[in-house]
Design a protein around this ligand. Structure first.
Ligand code: GDP
Length: 297
């Protein structure tokens, strides 16, 4: 299960302090040392860990704990609040364009789960938000990617706009926008090309599509199983494309948690959704507080 090691270690650590009627600086020191190790072991970015521990330490030896009637529990509350803040604080909303259609551009490396997530998001938009999305096959390099999106569209009974592999992605997106307007579809979800690694050619194409369509959201899809690599990928995509949010996939796997806990702090972009399985209904709105509660038990 995701976060298992981290959850075990953090829960053990806070258990020790929980019932204490008095919390000394030494107690806080010991606790934060263990928290630090647990986070590093979960592959959380080094600098993120340092800042996090500093904040927890400052608050845990501060007035709010010392003057509390239940200092042990107050310390735990501090850890939970800081963990929540680390993952973005409040749950973030999905944009709605003033004039429909709302355009969402999906970007990410090959294998991250971009095409699957595009389908899942369309499904969520329809089921949860009562919207009518259009899926757009903007990855013209891999015929398999177009087929995959068309199959998803059939399964979900959601329209797919594709022009095969010979067309230019910018033209495809422009034509798709026309179709969405004509058919009164209120969301356009663009599945774009991915590569195995970040490269300039890919970025140039994505930048062109973005400049042309001026999307309301640019969602970066990253694989949570890849830990710090996911964070590095997020940094480079964000530098080039100024993404508006991150979708973290494969949180149903046994990810240690590093990506989930580092991405917001490193990129300052919120995690908006989490992929919780291969099925099309397994995409959830990401709630930082619930995630922190899950980790801390
Ligand atoms: P793309 O190359 O980025 O478009 O990736 P795909 O959408 O083809 O997904 C790659 C693989 O990851 C597929 O086998 C998906 O079923 C799988 N996948 C995507 N999201 C999730 C998820 O949240 N959980 C799990 N377990 N698998 C996922």
């Amino acid at each position: 299960m995701a976060f298992e090691g981290l959850a075990d270690r953090l829960q053990n650590t806070i258990q020790k302090i929980k019932g204490k009627g008095k919390v000394s600086e030494q107690d806080v020191k010991e606790m934060t040392r263990e928290v630090r190790l647990a986070l590093l072991e979960a592959d959380v970015n080094f600098k993120v860990v340092k800042d996090f521990v500093k904040k927890v330490k400052e608050r845990a030896v501060g007035q709010e704990v010392m003057e509390s009637l239940t200092p042990g529990q107050q310390v735990i509350k501090v850890v939970k609040e800081e963990l929540t803040a680390l993952m973005g604080g409040d749950e973030s909303k999905i944009a709605v364009a003033d004039r429909p259609p709302t355009v969402i551009m999906m970007v990410g490396l090959q294998g991250a789960g971009k095409t699957t997530t595009t389908g899942k998001l369309a499904n969520l938009l329809r089921k949860k938000y009562n919207r009518n999305p259009l899926l757009v096959a903007g990855d013209v390099y891999r015929p398999a990617a177009i087929d995959q999106l068309e199959t998803l569209g059939k399964q979900l009974n959601i329209p797919v706009y594709a022009e095969g592999t010979d067309a230019n992605p910018v033209d495809i997106v422009n034509n798709a926008m026309e179709k969405a307007k004509e058919e009164h579809l209120d969301y356009v979800l663009i599945d774009t090309a991915g590569r195995l690694h970040v490269d300039n050619e890919l970025m140039d194409e994505l930048i062109q599509i973005k400049a042309n369509v001026n999307p309301d959201e640019v969602f970066l899809v990253v694989d949570s199983m890849t830990g710090q690599d996911a964070v590095n990928v997020a940094e480079s995509f964000n530098e080039q494309l100024d993404v508006t949010g991150v979708v973290l996939t494969k949180l149903d796997g046994d990810t240690r948690g590093g990506a989930a806990l580092s991405i917001k702090a490193v990129t300052d972009k919120p995690i908006k959704f989490a992929g919780m399985g291969e099925k099309l209904d397994q995409l959830e709105v990401f709630h930082p507080e619930r995630m922190a509660s899950r980790i801390l038990g």
